[in-house]
Design a protein around this ligand. Structure first.
Ligand SMILES: Nc1nc2c(c(=O)[nH]1)N[C@H]1C(S)=C(S)[C@@H](COP(=O)(O)OP(=O)(O)OC[C@H]3O[C@@H](n4cnc5c(=O)[nH]c(N)nc54)[C@H](O)[C@@H]3O)O[C@H]1N2
Ligand SMILES: Nc1nc2c(c(=O)[nH]1)N[C@H]1C(S)=C(S)[C@@H](COP(=O)(O)OP(=O)(O)OC[C@H]3O[C@@H](n4cnc5c(=O)[nH]c(N)nc54)[C@H](O)[C@@H]3O)O[C@H]1N2
Ligand code: SF4
Ligand SMILES: [Mo]
Length: 769
């Protein structure tokens, strides 16, 4: 690895352990920006976890370049990674901590904001109990920061009402993995994309949102000698669908029925892997009975909108593969059936023996750069290292290693993010501390959220940028961000990557690690007992390593040096696996269930709670575009990104556009039972089927979460962001689209696609290629 870097860079970096390389590295870049040094780091946007170099000039980041030696991206970056340096010193940053005085948010000092906040927290906790202070964090801190924050919140503030924005994102994958394999933890790795002969992408638009994963698919032919079959399951003909050999234009939120239907066909045809089922799974008998009785191809065809013959072809391709890989993201997780859909995907993998082998896996692709960090280091549903609140053994083990009183370790889970919002509304929670999340754009049903937040006695926002939520805060802890701080991020394939500091924090901002450490000093005895002699992120990393030892997410064998030498290390990493473990549950690795076997679970599809109806006859699908990151605090000031997607748009089928007498470029209002958003530009497109529309959620100015529904998966509490019933209003047709009575009756039962013909006959959207 070192030699490879050396060859590419043409400089000897041996003595510098990859930290700094000089300007010769990447040749000439624009003169005024030409970096004088390069710092090796990791991208801070998405869960792919690309390695990169940050170019620095005059103490400012002026360039980003992919790391050619990094196994994830081999020198390439997507547009966000390539322009990442531009966000660091944008005008959208706070440079000082802020405090609201007489209604105005004004610049303050760290001492004043820490003192005001700690006094208020203490007062609230004294009068209303420890749980009256709640914390919601993110998937975008460094692992060292997560560990420090979690320890402070659970053991210092002694509240278990501590969740992350990851509940809006990964929670269904976490719960699905837990109920199937006995533990959370993505089971596969990117290498599987290069070895699978079938790759089934379910509700995952990787072309926009995880672009670098395409590299691993591109390598497949070279390695296996033949092109893999790519199946894309999505109600929308996304950019990713354009890569597909088989596009499955599924009816929204019917993936669980599809997976069960494919299992039915496989069992009926005898295509299952009996040996694997017998040796590695439990629950087969009941599972088989359930599937055969309830998911006949004919019924599944109605539920999913996919022809019976196509269902058979799909099942055949998947089952007959020597290695089949499924990978999913938000089209699956963000559903009130999210958890069970994840288990249904795993069921399909299990009955065909697609687990723990090269190319044979069921991989949940993570969203944020460190979505894994929150899950591993403890939050509302666990204490660090995937430990269980309810287990006295786990509590004692944690207390001993972390050197904290066992009686202080929470014994029960706290509220999830949506439950925290409800508890604010009922007055049970009085103070909310948000760390690196911006709910005033990202949370569903904004009216309800705003009603709740207005009831708070104190809103503290810890953010690096001037977010919409920070504008409403009583206190802003102004944080430094990517490139200004150091630690590690763990990506979708459990690979722990090093992120280095390249420049000093902007203005008076502090890293999230320093903020927590210093804030803890305002609580008597807390800093000394929880963080004795801690100064740097490595202190947190070292304690975290000890805590993770022997757990599935075992970091005990990692060091920062090893991580950099290997280009990231995949957990578990310990004495037995000193260079990490590419995939979980291979033949010699039992699952984390009591008997070490994976569970085949009988899970059921249910109709949507808010189907199309006469007032709201369209299904709204929300999601992302490659140019923007979430609530745009980072991307809206980067012109190369923002100019390509400066505002929201409505993707609408031409048949529906005709009914509304609009064409591309016109503007429409959208409403749901919860509210209305005005003036959104129309993009006519065959990519969405009739009766469905797609709108990106990034834009505060056209806030789509005004109309999305606060409906959550009962097991994971993840929002059902991808479907709700809406109406469109044009100037010419203000009352919007109308249905005939019998069509509505059909729509209530299933999501009706009234003119399948117009959708399916488009050139790209044909089913098989
Ligand atoms: N550029 C960019 N990249 C990002 C992000 C970003 O904001 N911008 N965010 C990051 C984060 S945190 C995340 S979580 C990921 C998200 O990555 P993705 O999950 O790929 O993103 P989405 O656009 O939310 O949704 C994915 C797809 O789900 C489809 N879908 C909707 N309903 C259904 C359904 O019922 N069934 C199926 N099968 N599919 C459905 C949508 O049509 C969409 O194409 O992206 C990460 N990467
Ligand atoms: N309708 C709809 N809504 C959705 C989704 C959808 O598909 N549809 N997707 C959901 C998903 S998957 C996700 S992950 C969420 C994302 O929702 P959010 O978490 O609200 O989105 P971000 O814009 O990433 O917010 C992160 C915040 O952290 C700040 N920040 C950045 N770096 C740092 C740092 O180093 N330290 C600190 N303290 N702050 C920092 C940013 O300025 C930003 O305000 O949105 C969810 N909302
Ligand atoms: S794919 Fe993700 S990690 Fe890689 S450069 Fe793009 S945003 Fe960064
Ligand atoms: Mo996410």
């Amino acid at each position: 690895m070192i030699n490879k870097i050396k060859d590419f860079l043409g400089v000897d970096i041996k003595n510098d352990k990859y930290a700094l390389v000089d300007d010769k590295v990447f040749g000439k870049v624009a003169k005024q920006k030409a970096p004088t040094s390069w710092v090796r780091s990791t991208c801070g946007y998405c869960g792919v976890g690309c390695g990169l170099y940050i170019g620095v000039k005059d103490g400012k980041p002026t360039y980003t370049k992919g790391d050619p030696a990094h196994p994830v991206n081999k020198g390439t970056l997507c547009p966000k990674g390539l322009s990442e340096h531009e966000m660091v010193q944008s005008e959208n940053r706070y440079t000082k901590p802020m405090l609201r005085k007489n209604g105005q948010l004004l610049e303050s000092t760290w001492d004043e904001v820490f003192k005001t906040t700690s006094d208020k927290f203490k007062d609230i906790q004294k009068n209303h109990g420890n749980g009256a202070v709640a914390v919601v964090s993110t998937g975008q801190l460094l692992t060292e920061e997560f560990y420090t924050l979690g320890k402070f919140v659970q053991m210092g503030l002694k509240t278990n009402n501590y969740d992350g924005n990851t509940t809006l994102c990964m929670a269904s994958a976490v719960m699905g993995y837990k109920q199937t394999f006995g533990s959370d933890g993505p089971v596969g790795c990117y290498e599987d994309f290069s070895y699978a002969d079938t790759i089934m992408l379910i509700g995952a638009n990787i072309a926009d949102n995880h672009p670098i994963l395409k590299l691993h698919i591109a390598k497949n032919k070279k390695i296996t000698g033949k092109k893999p079959k790519i199946i894309v399951i999505d109600p929308r003909f996304s950019k990713t669908a354009k890569m597909a050999d088989m596009f499955v234009p599924i009816k929204p939120r019917s993936d669980l029925a599809l997976m069960n239907g494919l299992c039915h066909i496989i069992l009926e045809q005898g295509w299952e892997n009996e040996k694997f089922i017998n040796e590695r799974t439990t629950g087969y008998k009941e599972f088989r009975k359930h599937i055969m009785a309830n998911y006949s191809p004919a019924e599944v065809a109605i539920t999913t909108g996919i022809d019976v013959k196509d269902l058979y072809e799909l099942a055949r391709v998947y089952a007959k593969s020597s290695a089949a890989m499924s990978a999913w993201t938000m089209g699956v997780n963000q559903s009130s059936l999210g958890t069970d859909t994840v288990s249904a995907i795993c069921n399909l993998a299990l009955i065909t023996g697609n687990l723990g082998r090269k190319g044979a896996t069921a991989l949940s692709i993570t969203g944020q750069c460190n979505a894994m960090g929150t899950r591993e280091t403890g939050f509302t549903s666990s204490i660090p290292g995937y430990r269980n609140f309810a287990s006295s053994y786990d509590r004692e083990e944690y207390a001993t290693i972390a050197n904290v009183p066992v009686e202080d370790v929470p014994t029960a889970r706290g509220y999830s993010y949506p439950q925290i919002i409800d508890a604010i509304e009922t007055g049970e929670i009085k103070a909310l501390w948000l760390v690196a999340t911006n709910p005033l754009v990202s949370f569903p049903d904004q009216k309800k959220l705003r009603r709740a937040l207005n009831k708070l006695d104190l809103l503290v926002v810890q953010d690096a940028f001037k977010s919409e939520t920070a504008f409403k805060a009583d206190v802003v802890f102004s944080a430094s961000t990517w490139s200004e701080k150091e630690g590690t991020y763990t990506n979708s394939e459990r690979r722990c990557n090093r992120a280095r500091k390249a420049v000093e924090p902007l203005g008076e901002t502090k890293s999230d690690f320093d903020i927590v450490l210093e804030f803890s000093k305002y609580f008597e005895g807390v800093n000394e007992s929880l963080f004795p002699k801690w100064e740097k992120p490595i202190d947190a990393f070292n304690e975290w390593k000890k805590l993770s030892e022997g757990r599935l997410c075992d970091y005990s064998g990692m060091t920062y040096e090893l991580i950099e030498e290997l280009g990231g290390v995949q957990w578990p990493c310990n004495e037995a696996n000193p260079n990490g473990t590419p995939r979980l549950y291979s033949e010699d690795m039992p699952c984390r269930t009591e008997d070490g076997k994976a569970k085949l679970l009988s899970v059921d599809w249910l109709p949507m709670s808010e189907p199309q109806n006469s007032s709201f006859p369209l299904i709204l699908n929300t999601g992302r575009t490659v140019e923007q990151w979430h609530t745009r605090t980072k991307t809206k000031t980067i012109s190369i990104l923002n100019d390509l997607a400066p505002e929201a748009w409505i993707e609408i089928n031409p048949e529906d556009a005709k009914k509304l007498e609009v064409k591309s470029g016109d503007r429409l209002d959208i409403s749901s039972i919860r509210g209305k958003i005005k003036d959104i530009i129309v993009r006519e497109s065959q990519n969405v089927r009739e009766g469905n529309i797609f709108v990106p959620f990034h834009y505060n100015e056209q806030l789509i979460n005004t109309i999305t529904k606060a409906e959550f998966d009962p097991k994971s509490f993840e929002p059902n962001y991808k479907q709700c019933a809406v109406q469109l209003h044009s100037i010419k047709v203000p009352n919007g689209i109308t249905f005939k009575e019998e069509e509505i009756a059909g729509a209530l039962e299933h999501i009706v696609i009234k003119n399948e013909q117009s959708y399916n006959t488009t050139k790209q959207a044909s089913y098989t290629k």
